[in-house]
Design a protein around this ligand. Sequence first.
Ligand code: PLP
Length: 319
Amino acid sequence: MEYPVYNDASEIVSVCPEYAAQNDYHAMYSSVFSGIVTDPKLMTIPVDDHLVHRGDGVFEAFKMVDGKVFLLDEHLARLERSAGDIFLELRHSKEEMIAICKQLTEVSGLKDILFRLYASRGPGGFTPNPYASVGPQLYLIASALRNPAPELYENGAKIGFSQVEIKSGGLAKVKTCNYISNVLMAKEAVDQKLNFMINVTADGLLGEGPTENIAYLNQDNELIYSSFDHTLRGTTLLRLQELSGELQAEGLISGMREAKQSADELYNAKEVFMIGTTLDALPVVEVAGKVVGDGKPGPVSKLARKLLKKDQQENGTVL
Ligand SMILES: Cc1ncc(COP(=O)(O)O)c(C=O)c1O
């Protein structure tokens, strides 16, 4: 069979109905042509960008809720750290990236947005050599924010322990575009009809989900989260730590801290929840087939979610 040759993006329109799935993608900035496109078919990354063929780049995902961006500074600070960790120079300053987000918001006309930001090594060479590139690039996409189904919060999530080897050598701490172990964890969850898998270190310590952290309430009412030695420094989790005085004031927790704890501790937990940008705080009612507490979403995760939502309204950044 001979395949048709398309010389222009517009020619693909008529033959690619599956592009309809991209209706949520409203606007994308690309430094390759230094502009913004609104047609999803044009939202592309050059095939020879090292991001595509080597996963050589770093990324962030952050949300705008009702016109305010949640934890914008924290996400951009983590982006800078991630880029530094892989010796990637960011093409744009923080102020320029914020200005791009502002224009994408105006172009999209949306008030609830998930921003996806990819800072790449750039096109050129098709080799792993990071120096064989024309220079770093930035791709920033504004898509409609889709929240998880309300039933998930009402019923709670079911999680299991992953067989996928945890990232080592500090890579777990960097938000690189090389997320293959996270992908395999997401696959495991779907295959096992669970909501999330949690990774575990070789020493049996509790890790995190594919794109979210995990926290649990121990028998002493301490809210514990996994060590950042082998998990990503979640912006949502750290914000909850700052807001945790309210959980304490309500008498729900005695404190909140990072700890190296055995993954088995989840079996003795009074409450478990997942926490991250898209979820806020999502209760877990079952761990590897064992019921958590009374099997219903508990008060700590409920208040944690409420606090995060309130914070988004009160302290989000207006662009
Ligand atoms: C591996 C991993 N852990 C945790 C998180 C949660 O981080 P955040 O709360 O900043 O979304 C993410 C998402 O960015 C992630 O990719």
